[in-house]
Design a protein around this ligand. Structure first.
Ligand SMILES: Cc1cc2nc3c(=O)[nH]c(=O)nc-3n(C[C@H](O)[C@H](O)[C@H](O)COP(=O)(O)O)c2cc1C
Length: 195
């Protein structure tokens, strides 16, 4: 498969970075092809301009889509699947990735009128979280994250959709963390191989 990976983490010194590397290694080993948009490295501009807002809220629908947004849309149209890799920030994605959706999911591409975006075979979210899965489930936060990403942002734009949460990444208990993260890295590699 041709896979488009949207990666968003501010630092290379992170579990999320290592997890992304393992996933990409898995994709390569399974002979999948991929392109990566590393949103921090490419300095993706996440803020909507006034003109972009006017276009997306249907005040001035003739305003053209910006070149950097078109480039991201082109990568989607040339792919069979999309993968988002990021850390949870306040039960959401980092602002840069939220802004990526604000700007890239344009009207005429991802939603009405006449959306041109190809339906993808698969959308996968690989999400790292400081909290434990138990805690995220107990509060309903993991469910909220799935509703927003899989339910709203992906909706029917992919045939298969899944969010994998790699939990317990905080540094409060280094020994436990190292053990957990070693298992997470293996699972990230497997997610790439079995994609
Ligand atoms: C601004 C900020 C907000 C965060 N919010 C959450 C949160 O709502 N839930 C959670 O489980 N972890 C949260 N975390 C923890 C991150 O998800 C954690 O740093 C992440 O899993 C990645 O670790 P890494 O930087 O080693 O990749 C937050 C971290 C930061 C910096």
């Amino acid at each position: 498969m041709q896979v488009f990976v949207v990666y968003c983490h501010p630092s290379k010194k992170s579990f999320t970075h290592d997890m992304k590397q393992e996933f990409l290694k898995g994709l390569s080993d399974a002979n999948h092809k991929f392109v990566v948009s590393d949103l921090y490295e490419m300095n993706f501009h996440e803020e909507m301009s006034e003109e972009e807002y006017e276009r997306e809220a249907y005040y001035s629908t003739e305003i053209p889509v910006a070149d950097d947004v078109m480039e991201e849309q082109r990568k989607i149209q040339q792919s069979d699947a999309i993968v988002f890799i990021y850390p949870v920030f306040w039960t959401e994605a980092p602002a840069k990735l939220v802004g990526w959706f604000d700007r890239v999911w344009t009207s005429g591409f991802a939603y009405n009128p006449d959306p041109q975006m190809n339906i993808l075979k698969k959308a996968l979210f690989l999400v790292s979280a400081g909290k434990t899965l138990e805690s995220l489930e107990e509060t309903g936060e993991s469910n909220a994250m799935r509703i927003v990403m899989l339910g709203d942002r992906i909706r029917n734009r992919a045939l298969e959709k899944e969010m994998m949460i790699f939990d317990g990444t905080t540094h409060w208990d280094e020994a436990g963390r190292n053990e957990r993260l070693a298992g997470h890295l293996i699972n990230a590699y497997k997610a790439g191989v079995n994609f």
